[in-house]
Design a protein around this ligand. Structure first.
Ligand code: COA
Length: 326
């Protein structure tokens, strides 16, 4: 095998806003119950950003923690990609706002919009810069204020989502070109625009000129999720040249505990290898994977050298998976 440059995760950070909203809190505003939400989704609580917190504020906190973990400073950063569906402003990109707030120098900064699949899309995009020598220190951030998109009269959606941010630092490192290399080893990205009606926001700049609210046919999304995610996981593992069974940790997008378990069962994955944060975080869209990764790193389960599989599905529909050696 010839030597290759890999995009290696050298630091991980997460940030959750302080405000906690329990299922009982939601039962006071819509016709629901703690029992219903826990049984159908596994969610016990979610975080809510304060009114004066923008999504860039969450992103900056996560980014600072990831940079500290990598032993880097904002001065080193030459690429920022923010995956978000809840930007501060319609433009500029939240990534440029994060750049300014961090005090990072002039470099490349842009957002990726793939809703809940955003982090997987952003990581794969960043690889195109890092592994080709176009960036030496990249920040890939998933950050969301999903509570701002909720219709608080719709019990079918408002109980499912929360706010938060997670970030990784990606740096180039030379590898041997084998699956033992650290770094991103493979990925699979998918989109099917014909399924838009299943999950979308009913507002936008060039249509209603409003922000709109999240709309979802939950049971249809559920049906597609398990099948679609399983296919992408298998494809990403094949792209990386590894067996799904050799993965140490599965770090899924945290939408619903039953989807996590459904995918694990379909792929024959031991449930003890699945990192789950859905009970405490709910669905934080593009932030959920880096937040779950951060949790696994912080509590000592995820160790350098281990093989990780990240997967997600979201509005679009979009979905995808990444395999990386941590
Ligand atoms: N509390 C109480 N009842 C609720 C409720 C809530 N929060 N939300 C929906 N219901 C009711 C519905 O109104 C419906 O009542 P009806 O039978 O009287 O009409 C009943 O529960 C069943 O609704 P349904 O949508 O079929 O339930 P479900 O078992 O599919 O569970 C979800 C609903 C949303 C939990 C589930 O479909 C889901 O998690 N889907 C995936 C969503 C997701 O992860 N999306 C993000 C992907 S990124």
């Amino acid at each position: 095998m010839s030597k290759v440059v890999r995009s290696v995760v050298t630091g991980v950070g997460g940030y959750l806003p302080e405000g906690v909203v329990t299922n009982d809190d939601l039962a006071k505003i819509v016709d629901t119950s703690d029992e219903w939400i826990r049984e159908r989704t596994g969610i016990r609580q979610r975080r809510k950003a304060s009114d004066d917190q923008a999504v860039s504020d969450l992103a900056v906190e996560a980014a600072k923690r990831a940079l500290a973990a990598a032993g880097r400073t904002a001065e080193d950063v030459d690429l920022i990609i923010v995956a978000t569906t809840t930007p501060d402003l319609t433009f500029p990109a939240t990534a440029t706002i994060v750049q300014r707030k961090l005090g990072a120098p002039v470099g490349i900064a842009f957002d990726v919009q793939a809703v809940c699949s955003g982090f997987v899309y952003a990581l794969s995009t960043a690889d195109g810069f890092v592994a080709r020598g176009r960036a030496k220190c990249a920040l890939v951030i998933g950050a969301e204020c999903m509570t701002r998109l909720m219709d608080w009269t719709d019990r079918g959606t408002c109980v499912l989502f929360g706010d938060g941010a997670g970030a990784v630092v990606l740096e180039p490192q030379e590898g041997e070109g084998t699956t033992d290399d650290r770094g991103l080893l493979g990925f699979a990205l998918r989109a099917d625009g014909t399924k838009q009606d299943l999950l979308y926001v009913d507002g936008g700049v060039s249509t209603t000129r409003t922000t709109g609210y999240l709309r979802m046919q939950g049971n249809q999304v559920f049906r597609h999720a398990v099948v679609n995610i399983s296919e992408a996981v298998t494809a990403a593992a094949a792209d990386a040249g590894v067996e799904v069974s050799s993965v140490d940790w599965f770090i899924p997008h945290q939408a619903n505990q039953r989807i996590l378990e459904g995918v694990a069962k379909r792929l024959g994955i031991d449930e003890n290898k699945v990192i789950s944060t859905v009970a405490e975080h709910a669905n934080t869209s593009a932030a959920s994977i880096p937040l779950a990764l951060d949790q696994g790193v912080q509590d000592g389960r995820i160790k350098p050298g281990q093989l990780l599989l990240l997967e997600a599905m979201g509005g679009g529909l979009t979905w995808g998976a990444c395999v990386l050696r941590f």
